[in-house]
Design a protein around this ligand. Structure first.
Ligand code: AMP
Ligand code: ZN
Length: 465
């Protein structure tokens, strides 16, 4: 598999630190509000990256943080007259509702900055002891000049960076590029005890600290939106590598923006649509299809029309799935016919093409085209005279290829009830034969679909959660 690495600006072969395992850290949301579909694009992209690694047999340790202390959190909590803890709790729970709604798989861990204060203080102390940071009157700054490689991710050297910033910065800093890793408590702000008095962590330090604690000194992939390359990720590298002396992340992945009228969708520009609003009008799979229909390093200009066309695209895919399901019911031939062997090879060639596209830096745009080509082919070539085996194979393949993208996973309504009844019958048979492994699996599979089986005196009943 090849991944475009922002650090080297090249596509590189992916070689994990531990064979078969991917350690991945994705910068998550600041939990002061609902997230918008711009944020959702980044979350969906990396969810698909994770799902694809899993599809290819990797175990993925996926960490995405919640920033629950920063200026925006403090301002919003003060406005609402609640604590930052209450604000964080509320919007973390809203985050899960929307992220689950978008079929984003739960991360292995979602650490909160405020739960890592002790570790962050230790991190800051270590940087001071190593000469990478200095304290001035309760604030602690990272000394960028001490870190030789500062600027390596964004491809700039310190002088270029300095000439690019307006110098209305804190006079007390040794260098304008130095950044706060610990901030002294101000009136009306929350604070935690530290060797430098009451204060709170700077933004960048939380990710360095939580990545280290949850994934180790060197991780495979660090990811986030393009806006994080500088300064956030540059500063994370300075902190982490300053502390450990090891490479922080082997691959840096950055997702391009979702734009509105060629401007980044953002809260500050007030040009956003929340994920919640989008989900009220469109199915999660429509939103995912739209977000993944462009390569992740290409900007995507959002419009309602694009969502509408993703909706009709998804309908075409589901029509084909439903059509195959009906044919499967109607077909009288169980096993593969001789002349279908070749068609089986043809189906497999779509899978190969799909894998080739996804292996090439997660080209979801081309992978989606492969799925559309596949359904076109199936629509033309399979019919009532096809065997159940080839029909089932095609159906499974379409769903399989949708898996890493988080689409085509819905049970289709037409056959839902029949399907459940059939599975119940199969489970009854398994139970009679004392094949409890199979009967339990069927019950669990149904449960995963939200279907609960009830054993009643009148026989097995089912209900949808
Ligand atoms: P924030 O809550 O602003 O810290 O953002 C959370 C994540 O969403 C970060 O990875 C950002 O880079 C990403 N993000 C923010 N706005 C957009 C956008 N318009 N398009 C894509 N990703 C975005
Ligand atoms: Zn981060």
């Amino acid at each position: 598999m090849k991944i475009y690495n922002t650090m080297t600006q090249n596509k590189e072969e992916f070689i994990p630190i531990t064979p078969g395992v991917v350690k991945m850290y994705v910068c998550g949301p600041t939990v002061y509000n609902f997230f918008h579909i711009g944020n959702a694009r980044t979350f969906i992209i990396f969810d698909s990256v994770r799902r694809y690694f899993e599809y290819r047999g990797y175990k993925v340790e996926y960490v995405q943080n919640f920033t629950d202390i920063d200026d925006r959190m403090i301002t919003k909590a003060n406005e609402d007259g609640i604590t930052i803890k209450e604000l964080g709790d509320r919007f973390i729970s809203e985050y899960y509702k929307d992220a689950d709604g978008l079929n984003i798989e739960r991360a292995t861990a979602n650490p909160r900055a405020t739960e890592y204060i002790i570790e962050i203080v230790k991190f800051v102390e270590d940087l001071i002891n190593k000469g990478y940071a200095y304290e001035i009157d309760g604030d602690v700054y990272y000394s960028t000049k001490e870190f030789q490689a500062y600027g390596k991710l964004s491809g700039q050297d310190l002088e270029q960076l300095e000439s690019g910033i307006r110098i209305n910065v804190d006079e007390r800093k040794k260098d304008p590029m130095d950044f706060a890793i610990w901030k002294k408590q101000k009136v009306g702000e929350p604070g935690w005890e530290s060797p430098w008095g009451m204060g709170r962590p700077g933004w960048h330090i939380e990710c360095s600290c939580m990545a280290l604690n949850l994934l180790g000194e060197t991780i495979d992939i660090h990811a986030g939106g393009m806006d994080l390359v500088f300064p956030h990720h540059e500063n994370e590298i300075a902190q982490s590598e300053g502390r450990t002396g090891k490479t922080f992340a082997n691959y840096w992945m950055h997702a391009a923006y979702l734009n509105v009228n060629n401007q980044k969708m953002s809260k500050s520009l007030n040009n956003f649509l929340t994920a919640r609003e989008a989900l009220e009008k469109f199915d999660a799979e429509v939103i995912r299809l739209l977000m993944l229909s462009a390569h992740y390093r290409t900007q995507l200009n959002y419009s309602m029309d694009l969502l509408e066309s993703a909706k009709s695209g998804l309908e075409r895919l589901y029509n084909s799935i439903e059509n195959l399901q009906s044919l499967l019911e109607l077909s009288k031939i169980d096993n593969l016919k001789d002349d279908e062997n070749q068609y089986m090879d043809n189906l497999n060639s779509y899978k190969e093409k799909y894998i080739k596209k996804m292996d090439d830096d997660f080209n979801t745009a081309d992978a989606i085209s492969v799925i559309f080509d596949l359904i076109k082919d199936v629509n033309i070539n399979l019919n009532i005279h096809s065997s159940k085996e080839i029909l089932k194979y095609s159906l499974d393949l379409i769903r399989e290829l949708g898996g890493p993208l988080g689409i085509l996973q819905k049970s289709t309504k037409v056959n839902l009830e029949d399907e459940i009844e059939k599975l119940i019958e199969k489970r009854e048979k398994a139970r009679k034969e004392k094949n409890f492994q199979l009967s339990d699996k069927i019950r669990d599979d149904l449960k995963a679909e939200g279907i609960t089986l009830l054993d009643t005196p009148q026989g097995v009943r089912w209900k949808k959660a």
